[in-house]
Design a protein around this ligand. Structure first.
Ligand code: ZN
Length: 243
């Protein structure tokens, strides 16, 4: 599966799946950057996949709808204009010949869903799981987000993880502040080099996240060891909010 990123706003990535001269985009918050890519590369827009209602993920829908061949998929939330097909847990969709399953991942928002292709080992997780971090809780509870992240960390290790924001370095710096860990230290060094060479931190993998993402609970700071996993998560999220 060919996947590339379209940078948007200051740190968003609009991910594009390409098959021949068609692309499907995930969370097009800005139509302008997508249209530019379509024009410059002679591509046609097939479908749009939406993870949640925030405007930096949905702002481009109405404009792009006018020029697309397929459908707009997204969560069952009437506040999002232009959704053709609403999805809930375990619903399937096919785009460009690839099958994706909807995984409900509330927490960042209540309507948040993620898209998983088992065959292609690919996950589009919006603002739920970030590399070395997770989304802020705007609407959901700590318990909801904890369960959502547990669902995602339960996917196969080799799953490629496509998040919507480039927050990785600041997430890693928070992690390093919480725990002394060789994987996290190495990842910071590698990523700084990568960024200097013009690269980006994504995609990650589930295996990598188990090593560097404290919010998945595989590595626990010393002072949180006595808490249960869900309380560890809550305490970390609270600490990150004011880091
Ligand atoms: Zn969001």
């Amino acid at each position: 599966m060919k996947i590339f990123h379209i940078p948007a706003f200051t740190d968003n990535y609009i991910w594009a799946i390409q098959k021949d001269n068609h692309i499907t985009v995930i969370d097009p918050g800005d139509s302008g950057v997508v249209i530019e890519v379509l024009k410059n590369n002679n591509l046609t827009l097939m479908d749009i996949l939406i993870t949640h209602h925030h405007y930096d993920h949905t702002g481009g829908i109405t404009t792009l709808r006018e020029m697309m061949e397929g459908k707009v998929y997204g969560p069952d939330n009437k506040s999002i204009e232009g959704i053709d097909v609403t999805l809930k847990e375990t619903d399937l969709l096919t785009t460009l010949g690839y099958d994706f399953r909807c995984i409900e991942t509330p927490g960042h928002t209540l309507d948040h869903i993620s898209y998983y292709s088992e065959l292609q080992n690919v996950l589009f997780c919006g603002d739920t799981l970030f590399s070395a971090g997770c989304g802020r809780l705007f609407e959901g509870t700590y318990s909801q987000m904890y369960k959502s992240l547990s669902k995602l960390s339960g996917l196969p290790d080799e799953t490629s993880v496509y998040c919507t924001h480039e927050y990785t370095l600041s997430n890693l710096k928070f992690a390093q502040d919480q725990i002394e860990d060789i994987d996290i230290r190495n990842e910071i060094e590698d990523l700084i080099k990568k960024i200097e060479d013009g690269g980006i931190s994504l995609p990650s993998t589930i295996l990598k996240e188990k090593k560097i993402n404290l919010f998945l609970g595989y590595k626990v700071p010393n002072d949180l060891q006595s808490l249960c996993p869900e309380d560890q998560f809550r305490e970390l999220r609270i600490r990150k909010d004011s880091f």
